[in-house]
Design a protein around this ligand. Structure first.
Ligand code: DGL
Length: 259
């Protein structure tokens, strides 16, 4: 691997831009290739096999077309389905995955009660069950599969986003800071940070929202450092690739990353 090569980042669509945003802040001298698989989105309600096949194909594409030096799987659903397969297939490629931020949430909650919003695929995965079990002595977790929410964010359908956020937060009993109440909400899908303002408005200022962008960026930096792959000379460029609409991806990047 060559330190001047870009880092590959992929998601089912625009959600991974919430991870790319944190990566660009933490690693301003790195170049990136962002792959949005919008032609096959959403992943969250599809079979695990489909998501792992797509993830493996995208990794090959990024390696062959862009000679990436590292891969960030900027999607919780794809990480749960395929991160182990990606590491087995590409033993020389550093791979960073994302998982719902249960650990940071367990450290933050004062009531000991946390709600986790994520896709059906993430919540039903063995990887997520193991994570949840490993923290069961630190906090209690209520999980809500949010069918349709990633797709609504992908399509930038503000009315639908608002209705779904309201519906799924209503399913959680009960938010608050009193004993037995849920004071921390994990946004366990990389699309959901783009609805953070709506969640905050619905839940009020006392409920803490937790996402994964910054921890993933720090982990990526540590991994590149450890392998001597940090770039000191990149210009923070991003190349874009998508199986969906290039215009929609550019518009989302302009809106959320100002690039
Ligand atoms: N952004 C993805 C995640 O973090 C997947 C959303 C979807 O395509 O359903 O899980």
């Amino acid at each position: 691997m060559d330190r001047d090569q870009p880092i590959g980042v992929f998601d089912s669509g625009v959600g991974g831009l919430s991870i790319l945003r944190a990566l660009r802040r933490a690693l301003p001298r790195e170049d990136f290739v962002y792959f949005s698989d919008a032609g096959h989105a959403p992943y969250g309600e599809k079979a695990e096999q489909f998501v792992s096949d797509r993830s493996l194909a995208i990794a090959v594409d990024l390696l062959e077309q862009h000679r990436i030096k590292a891969l960030v799987v900027a999607c919780n659903t794809a990480t749960a389905a395929a991160v182990h397969l990606l590491r087995t297939r590409h033993t020389h490629l550093p791979v960073v995955g994302v998982e719902p931020a249960l650990k940071p949430a367990a450290a933050l909650t004062k009531t000991g009660h946390v709600a986790v919003l994520a896709t059906r695929g993430t919540l039903s995965s063995a990887k997520f069950q193991l994570l949840r079990q490993s923290l069961s002595d630190q906090a209690s977790f209520v999980t809500i599969p949010c069918d349709g929410l990633a797709a609504a964010i992908e399509g930038d359908d503000q009315d639908l986003i608002r209705r779904l956020c309201a519906r799924y937060t209503r399913e959680v009993c009960c938010f608050g800071t009193g004993p037995g109440e849920i004071d921390t909400l994990v946004l366990g899908c990389t699309h959901y940070p783009f609805a953070a303002d709506i969640f905050s408005e619905l839940l009020g200022p006392d409920i803490q929202l937790v996402e994964t962008g910054e921890p993933v960026a720090r982990q990526t930096r540590r991994m590149l450092e450890a392998q001597g792959l940090l770039n000191a000379g990149g210009r923070g460029e991003v190349r874009w690739q998508t199986t969906g609409s290039a215009d929609a991806l550019k518009a989302a990047a302009a809106r959320w990353l100002s690039i």
